[in-house]
Design a protein around this ligand. Structure first.
Ligand code: NDP
Length: 315
């Protein structure tokens, strides 16, 4: 049978390119989990994806209610779940004020981390029950959260601190909208959320890999300077960022190529190792990359896991 893969945020950028790459093999039914149903349908059509290879299902990660509804709809469809890809993200580098999810969490961490955390936790049982030969849970990470890299050292740096803001509910009512309890900073909030993504992948691995056989993985696909992720940035940045990445840092990767990389992590029989953060070298060969000290701290991972459980209503 075909594999069933759920990809969040498949209506543009990396998610769409991955959906396309998987659909083209004819071996996958891609469930495009998107907040804008019509946009996703149009994107799939424009990408030339055949109706036989994908299904669009509504998911708004900025609402835990919507996450729960998506899970119900997916389970009601009767499809087994073979691979889950947590890809969707928002980034507000120029915002002066925070925005909030339906539950009142700061939006970047709320969507990128908390929404995905609830989704992945609640779908773990479905993954476990699948009879697919290689079941995987993939959480897209980023270099920007890794302070052991050049890109990760561009200020403001990711730093979860002692997690006091997360413990306080991340809602600006009782404390701070930032995980470390500091002043709101949109660029930092995004980087912090990516650290959470990478920490959660490893915590899933520690808690569930041995018992379930599920492969847990994260990746940095390269700098895809052309995606909608930078839509909130100032125009000059949007103009100069792609050539800067192409010619100066040479980290630039096209959406197509990045989609192929993520599709590899979904389906390549040689990428079954669990607990790994994948990257690609200049020749587009995959290798196991090192995470920064903070992004690989098991004690921090455990605490983020437990505090997040409380915020999304799992504990
Ligand atoms: P895009 O902005 O193109 O894609 C993000 C996707 O997330 C869109 O489909 C968007 O939906 C969706 N999304 C946003 N908010 C929600 C929500 N509340 N509920 C459901 N879906 C939502 O950015 P990218 O493709 O660049 O980003 C994809 C992933 O890649 C992210 O995890 C990002 O951190 C990561 N990444 C990107 C890099 C880059 O250089 N671009 C580098 C490293 C990692 P809609 O289409 O409706 O806006």
């Amino acid at each position: 049978r075909k594999g069933n893969v759920v990809v969040t945020g498949a209506s543009s950028g990396l998610g769409l390119a991955t959906a396309k790459a998987l659909a083209e093999t004819g071996k996958w039914n891609v469930i495009m989990a998107c907040r804008d149903f019509l946009k996703a349908e149009r994107a799939a059509k424009a990408a030339g994806m055949s109706k036989d290879n994908y299904t669009v299902m509504h998911l708004n990660l900025a609402s835990l209610e919507s996450v729960r509804q998506f899970i119900k709809n997916f389970q009601y469809s009767g499809m087994p779940l073979d691979v889950l890809v947590c890809n969707a993200a928002v980034y507000f580098p120029t915002a002066n004020e925070p925005t909030y999810t339906a539950e009142g969490f700061e939006m970047s961490v709320g969507v990128n981390h908390l929404g995905h955390f609830l989704l992945a936790r609640e779908l773990l049982e479905d993954l476990k029950n699948s009879d697919y030969p290689s079941k995987r849970l993939i959480i897209v990470g980023s270099i920007t959260g890794n302070t052991n890299t050049l890109a990760g050292n561009v200020p403001p740096k990711a730093n979860l601190g002692d997690l006091r803001g997360l413990a306080g509910g991340l809602n600006g009512l009782n404390g701070s909208t930032m995980i470390d309890g500091g002043q709101f900073d949109g660029a930092k909030a995004y980087k912090d959320s990516k650290v959470c993504n990478m920490l959660m992948m490893q915590e899933f691995h520690r808690r569930y890999h041995e018992d379930t056989g599920i492969t847990f993985a994260s990746l940095y696909p390269g700098c895809i300077a052309t995606t909608g992720l930078f839509r909130e940035h100032i125009p000059l940045f949007r103009l100069l960022f792609p050539p800067f990445q192409k010619y100066i840092t040479k980290g630039f990767v096209s959406e197509d190529e990045a989609g192929k990389r993520l599709a590899q992590v979904v389906s390549d029989p040689s990428l079954t190792k669990s607990g790994v953060y994948w990257s690609w070298n200049k020749n587009s060969a995959s290798f196991e990359n090192q995470l920064s000290e903070e992004a690989s701290d098991p004690e921090k991972a455990r605490r983020v896991w437990e505090l997040s459980e409380k915020l999304v209503g799992l504990a």
